[in-house]
Design a protein around this ligand. Sequence first.
Ligand SMILES: Cc1ncc(COP(=O)(O)O)c(C=O)c1O
Length: 395
Amino acid sequence: MTTRFAQRMERVKPSAIRELLALGAAPDVISFGGGYPDAALFPYEELVAIATASIVENGAVNLQYSVSNGPHELRALVAGRMHGQGTPTDADEVLILHGGQQGLDLIAKLYLDKGDVVITENPTFLGGLLAFNPYEPQYAVVPIDNDGMDMDVLESTLLQYPGAKFIYTIPDFHNPMGVTMSLPRRKRLIELANRFDVMIIEDTPYREIRFEGESLPTLRSLDSEGRVLYLGSFSKILAPGLRLGWAVAAKPLIDKLTLLKLAADTQCSTLNMAIVTLFMRDYDLDGHIAGLRTAYRRKRDLMVQTIRETFPADVTYTIPQGGLFTWVSFRPGFDTAQFMRDVVLPQARVAYVPGATFFPLNEEHHHARVNFSAQSESKLITGMTAWGELLRQRY
Ligand SMILES: Cc1ncc(COP(=O)(O)O)c(C=O)c1O
């Protein structure tokens, strides 16, 4: 049979690193790979009570079809929460999504024709690239340091690609690097976007998982021209299996995204949306998040301490003020994928994400993304120490 796949499938391919990560999913492996929250911290009792009540008391509604943009009550709760945290938002400016990931896909569908330029941080979130790739963009990349995107390079990139469709950024506790964009850079980003008339995608699922320091204003709150499209998620603050997130943008944009959502999946799960609505309305989401912050801060500290004590002295790493990841950099020439496949995985049964996968254009092989939220504290120490010992022997 001839398979006449669309040309875009040329850009949809499994990567060698995905296959390597699949090996890391074996039950005896201590994985620092996925961006998983700690399953021990899911609010089980509350969710059992809410899920049961959602069916028993209101099953006729909650097991039925609903609206594409999400029930008004949930959108109003999300808008109120964002408003309370300094980003004025109206319920009509909110679209409930099947996770933030769906937002990336719908945004790509909304904006990208073949060959269009997307500006990303370098490195950037792999899921963003996976969502954008089928729409066949070209990437222009901007380096990122401890204060976020380099705005001088962004300016010259915008001069080079004045018709770029959007700038994709993860300003808070970046995936994969764990760094946060400083306030001056946030302001400069908005200025540049205004000057070059380009959209900004602000993807910020980790925003509320802050361990220390003051929360910085969202790009959306600094934007006076309606050019920031904000993506949030319930995955890290509640549970990723619910598959719920949200977009916030000017209403005409939300209306367009809603049309695309209707075509993609009609709506999110009515039941899951009801569960999250009741959790936000009747339970203590802020209290729950405060517990996550405390637990993940401890794990961040343990992670950083174990790297400092057991990894070779020239290894550098970011110290994130929040989120789930640290980014570890080895000397140039060292290949973290090869070392994981040949040494760390077989000998220590430890996995991480080799950094190359996060670079849209020129892969750098000497970094690793390390997650500190998913493993228990004892496994975190055991796994990182074993990796460090192998590094000291073989690096
Ligand atoms: C930067 C970033 N954006 C979006 C997502 C998508 O999250 P979800 O679809 O679970 O909301 C993730 C998940 O890890 C992420 O790290």
